[in-house]
Design a protein around this ligand. Structure first.
Ligand SMILES: C[S@@+](CC[C@H](N)C(=O)[O-])C[C@H]1O[C@@H](n2cnc3c(N)ncnc32)[C@H](O)[C@@H]1O
Length: 247
């Protein structure tokens, strides 16, 4: 790894290498097709990784663990999330425009312990009990991906006591976004349904919290207001496979 990309840990942050953020964004901008360029600042926004990074820092101890990153996009989690450093990560995504960044970041001396394939989450398969951690960050808003179906596919890939991270959008806020004219075509879930789905799959909640969005300014203030009312637009969940649960 070149020294300029060496892992620099900021105290009190679960993110690493944040001094690489500007170059990361520039590489995205320069190598994405015109219609995708607006994604560069989105993926380079470190705030959107913070909730997951904090959860993983608290619960993923040690290195060399097998990790699956489903719908990895242009590798922001692999590069910036502290707890994912020095793990053995298998990443996939079906968007071809992001695939080329695997080579680009490898050429930067990054993604050393990462393998990548272009694959669809509903088709790809792995050996049973392979992964200590499965990450689905900012993925389950996709209309084509249903949490219950996704967990049916992926829970068998979890090692005993394995962890799964995912986040989801709160269905209870759909009417509010509709009134505000902001609702898009996202899949949303009622939090109570998510708890029931987790239980059905033998997954015990380790942490459940409001997901910090990448928003700034008035939008961020609005998200804060939602939290003051005890709710959130999206939640992050870390759950552990109950050892001995029916599979
Ligand atoms: C908002 S991006 C998040 C990327 C990454 N997880 C992150 O947080 O930086 C969602 C990603 O999920 C991918 N995706 C959505 N549905 C997928 C599917 N069925 N199979 C594989 N990838 C999928 C998209 O291509 C996109 O890269």
């Amino acid at each position: 790894m070149s020294s300029e990309n060496a892992v620099s840990r900021k105290p009190a942050s679960a993110l690493v290498r944040t001094d690489y953020r500007a170059r990361y964004e520039a590489l995205l901008h320069d190598n994405l097709p015109e219609t995708f360029k607006s994604f560069a600042p989105f993926f380079a926004n470190m705030r959107r990784l913070e909730t997951m990074a904090g959860m993983l820092r608290r619960h993923v101890k040690g290195t060399g663990k097998m990790v699956l990153n489903a719908g990895c996009g242009p590798f922001a989690s692999e590069i910036f999330v502290g707890a994912l450093q020095q793990q053995k990560i298998e990443s996939f995504d079906y968007t071809l425009e992001f695939a080329r960044f695997f080579e680009i970041f490898r050429n930067e001396g990054l993604l050393e312990d990462v393998s990548f394939s272009t694959a669809n989450a509903m088709v790809v398969s792995y050996p049973e009990k392979r992964f200590h951690l499965i990450v689905m960050h900012d993925l389950l808003y996709e209309v084509a991906l249903d949490l219950d179906t996704v967990l049916s596919r992926y829970v068998p890939y979890l090692a005993p006591d394995g962890l799964v991270y995912f986040d989801f959008m709160n269905a209870r806020l759909r009417p509010l976004w509709r009134v505000l004219g902001k609702e898009k075509r996202y899949r949303r879930y009622d939090p109570q349904d998510v708890r029931a789905i987790l239980e059905r799959h033998g997954l015990a909640i380790v942490e459940w919290q409001a997901l910090r969005s990448g928003a700034t300014g008035p939008t961020a203030a609005f998200h804060l207001l939602l939290r003051m009312f005890g709710t959130a637009n999206a939640f992050a969940v870390l759950a552990r496979l109950n050892a001995g649960a029916a599979r």
